[in-house]
Design a protein around this ligand. Sequence first.
Ligand code: SF4
Length: 252
Amino acid sequence: MTASSLFLLTTWVLKHTGPVTIPADIAASAPRAVTPIGAATRARATEVSRLLHAQYPGNPTPSLRFADPYQCVVAIALSAQTTDNNVNRVTPTLFARWPDVAALATANQAELEAVIHPLGFFHVKAQNLLGLARRVRDVYGGQIPDTMDALTTLPGVARKTANLVMLESFGRVCGIAVDTHVFRISHRLRLSRAKTPAQTEGDLCKAFPYEAWARVNFEMINHGRQVCIARRPKCSVCVLADLCPSAGKENK
Ligand code: SF4
């Protein structure tokens, strides 16, 4: 990093980062960081957030289509190992046939598998959806729960899905959803050295200011699809290159 860019970075950080106020219940339930995250890393993460925000402006809007918390959790659970467009092609049929938790809880597994077959892993996904619907019916009165602790007790719902459901359905920022793009980019940026998505989330929650949590997933996914792609990342056109220890080292 050049002296001038370091000056700009420091100036921006001092101007824009005050004390981070994380709601107590969210701080208590967030995963712990496993990578040492000091002031320099936090300053670099803040600048990463600023640059990504400038590169991908606008409000994060989910590409999955859903109308309520039930549809939200089902759509996100189905999106594992497939694209959001594929899920959007399947869910209209699914939601027409099983419009709520009560209906899905009594679905025939073979019929459900037939509907979600194009998404892959249909057997496991059908089992999880049935288990999810039955648990919501039996334990949560038919209402999708609105806490991370409760959501992550549902079959097939890990922190990534729970974070997105909390954000999209209940408007609460409880963490940073770590998918394959977020995991790859945060490791290339050396913001995390964690082995698992949950541990990586703990590192990122410590590195980024709380104000940035809701956007990190959206912006890193965009960056991962367009620039920091899995194979041969486009470092020569990356706005993060000056901040990235991996710049130019992964084009093999
Ligand atoms: S510089 Fe390269 S490796 Fe680093 S974030 Fe950008 S595209 Fe990814």
